[in-house]
Design a protein around this ligand. Structure first.
Ligand SMILES: Cc1ncc(CN)c(N)n1
Length: 222
């Protein structure tokens, strides 16, 4: 069994918990509260800004030029698509750029992005790619799952659902899965363990990120 299939099996509990989260269920029905989605959108814009830095470090660490280029192009596309999604929702949900820029990262957002940045600076290319894989893969699976059963007509979150259920997004996810599997084949036992841990930790953060928006999470002391 490929490394990716093995680690996906290990996060089965997390993935299934994500599917039944109120956030995901309500995206599907279109009934998600506006203020929860606004919280999520602003935090996600902060997250993606940091995520882009992590991807740039991955590209810089790539062991061969083709991989460096392909990876950079692939992830660049993913960032552009998500940015346009945010612009669309900022306008639709009355979020101003000034408000978004003045908002601090929530504890969960900061924790997740710091984890990714620390991994990118400290660990190998292989471990870092394993750490960002859940970000792509879980969204693609959740997007496809919601798309199959969602109420699409008059659903204010339709564009979100379509973005992550898009076959182009799935293609970029498949590319990253393939890169992770190639790296796993040549990794030492110790590095494989780190790859597995990074994948699991990032998956936990994916659940926590949605949960933090359900809670409208802020800092408990200012
Ligand atoms: C927190 C988070 N994780 C993943 C994705 C999808 N790339 C996202 N937009 N935000």
């Amino acid at each position: 069994m490929n490394f990716s299939a093995q680690v996906w099996n290990k996060i089965d509990n997390i993935y299934n918990s994500i599917l039944i989260m109120p956030f995901v269920q309500e995206l599907k029905s279109g009934l998600l509260k506006r203020e929860i989605f606004q919280h999520y959108m602003i935090q996600d814009a902060i997250y993606l800004g940091e995520f882009a830095r992590v991807l740039a470090i991955i590209s810089a660490k790539a062991p061969e030029p083709d991989l460096q280029l392909q990876f950079a192009n692939n992830v660049r596309e993913a960032i552009i698509v998500e940015r346009s999604l945010h612009e669309n929702f900022f306008a639709k949900f009355g979020i101003t750029i000034d408000h978004a820029l003045a908002t601090e990262p929530s504890p969960t957002c900061l924790n997740y992005t710091n984890f990714l940045i620390a991994t990118a600076y400290r660990d190998s290319f292989a471990v870092t790619v394993a750490a960002v894989l859940p970000c792509f893969w879980i969204y693609s699976e959740v997007g496809k799952h919601i798309y199959q059963t969602a109420k699409i007509d008059n659903n204010p979150y339709q564009k979100w659902i379509e973005t992550y259920a898009d076959p182009d997004f799935e293609a970029s996810v498949n590319y990253i899965i393939q890169v992770v599997d190639q790296q796993a084949k040549i990794a030492s036992v110790q590095e494989l363990k780190l790859m597995e841990q990074a994948f699991y930790r990032a998956s936990q953060f994916e659940w926590m990120f949605w949960h933090s928006s359900e809670q409208l999470e802020t800092w408990s002391i200012k």
